[in-house]
Design a protein around this ligand. Structure first.
Ligand SMILES: [Zn+2]
Length: 375
């Protein structure tokens, strides 16, 4: 499709590194997409998100359709202009969040009706309406409308849900139409069932998408079960299209997914954890609220170049987070996003250099050492 192109530059085992080109900019893969739920990556200015190395962010259809409304955003020039992020934006379809956040939801063949968690108003989301909303927002990468059960779920429920999602995928493709420079991704479902994953992949390939997501994971099954699916699921999808693992994850989830052939990921973890005082570092998770940091003049992570690590001590971060100061959320979020983007840059370089195994070994060794000794 014109204006949207994916090129793989190097592979190492199943891992790939390359470039997605869009009219709004390039996305280096493997890519981590910070989540800008309601038109903002919480506690960060867009230029600061960019400064961490992010090429693309994610916006949530469900939140934006309820507040401030897709039509309003369109009248104000689209989501990029509205939130001052001129680079690529991927929007989810709203399906997953309706299931997790909305009240009184009802699913039928046509779509989902639900009550807003904000004001109780009735709304309907269908494949056609989801495509319309994502077009109004101006999304560069649009996700097909789907439905997925939380795990564990019985096989019959997963099968029924997957087949409904595949019928909705066909309707999404039809409603999306031809939009040069914009991409539509299909979403593979099927829970932890290999044959259902295969059936879903075949259905999606028959419809034809610009990229393919692996959905229905990171919904409570645990890392071992997720990796078991990722041992085969990416191989079922076209090798020459981007593969996007939705809603993942912790740093070790991300490394494991990239090793298994995933190109794109998103997660609220670095931003959400930042606001609660949890930092991701090369030596694992640090809870800055712990008393051991109260008198510690050292940086959170001395290998990190973010403002939180360059200009502030653990003692200061401890203080502002404990005091509920806004700058605490800002600095901790910035650090976590920087850590995630540094991790992605490291993965890309390692794949390009054919030394991914060594990179992963070092990643695991440093985390196993744990945080620096208290003073
Ligand atoms: Zn930092």
């Amino acid at each position: 499709m014109s204006g949207f192109r994916f090129t793989i530059h190097a592979t190492d085992g199943k891992a790939r590194t390359g470039l997605i080109e869009t009219p709004r900019g390039e996305i280096r893969t493997p890519a981590f997409m910070p989540v800008g739920t309601a038109g903002t990556v919480k506690a960060m200015l867009p230029e600061n998100v960019r400064a961490t190395g992010a090429d693309i962010i994610l916006g949530n259809t469900y939140h934006l359709m309820l507040r401030p409304g897709a039509e309003r955003i369109a009248r104000l020039g689209g989501l990029h202009r509205f939130m001052n992020w001129p680079r690529p934006i991927l929007t989810d379809s709203g399906g997953f969040q309706v299931m997790s956040l909305a009240e009184l939801r009802r699913i039928d063949e046509r779509g989902v009706t639900f009550q807003s968690h904000i004001d109780g108003a009735r709304h309907e989301l269908t494949p056609e309406r989801s495509m319309e909303i994502q077009r109004l927002l101006g999304s560069d990468i649009v996700m097909a409308f789907d439905e997925c059960p939380a795990l564990p779920a019985d096989r019959a429920r997963i099968e029924e849900s997957m087949r409904l999602s595949m019928r909705w995928a066909a309707r999404s493709r039809e409603a999306f139409g031809e939009r040069p420079g914009h991409a539509l991704f299909g979403i593979q479902q099927g829970g932890l069932e290999r044959d259902l994953r295969a059936e879903s992949a075949e259905a999606l390939k028959a419809i034809g998408f610009d990229g393919y997501a692996i959905g229905g994971l990171a919904v409570g099954e645990g890392q071992a079960a997720m990796f078991e699916v990722l041992d085969y699921a990416p191989d079922m999808l076209p090798a020459d299209r981007p593969r996007y693992l939705m809603g993942v994850g912790k740093p070790d989830d991300i490394v494991g997914a990239v090793v298994r052939g995933v190109d794109m990921m998103d997660c609220v973890l670095p931003t959400r954890s930042g606001r609660t005082g949890q930092a991701f570092t090369r030596r694992g998770v640090v809870n800055i609220r712990n008393a051991r940091h109260r008198d510690d003049p050292r940086p959170l992570d001395e290998a990190c170049a973010c403002p939180a690590c360059r200009s502030y001590s653990r003692a200061y971060l401890h203080h502002v987070v404990r005091a509920g100061e806004i700058i605490g959320a800002m600095l901790m979020t910035w650090h976590n996003l920087q850590y995630y983007q540094d991790l992605m840059a490291g993965l890309r370089e390692a794949i390009a250099g054919g030394r991914l195994d060594a990179f992963v070994a070092e990643f695991e060794a440093l985390r196993a050492e744990g945080d620096i000794e208290p003073l």
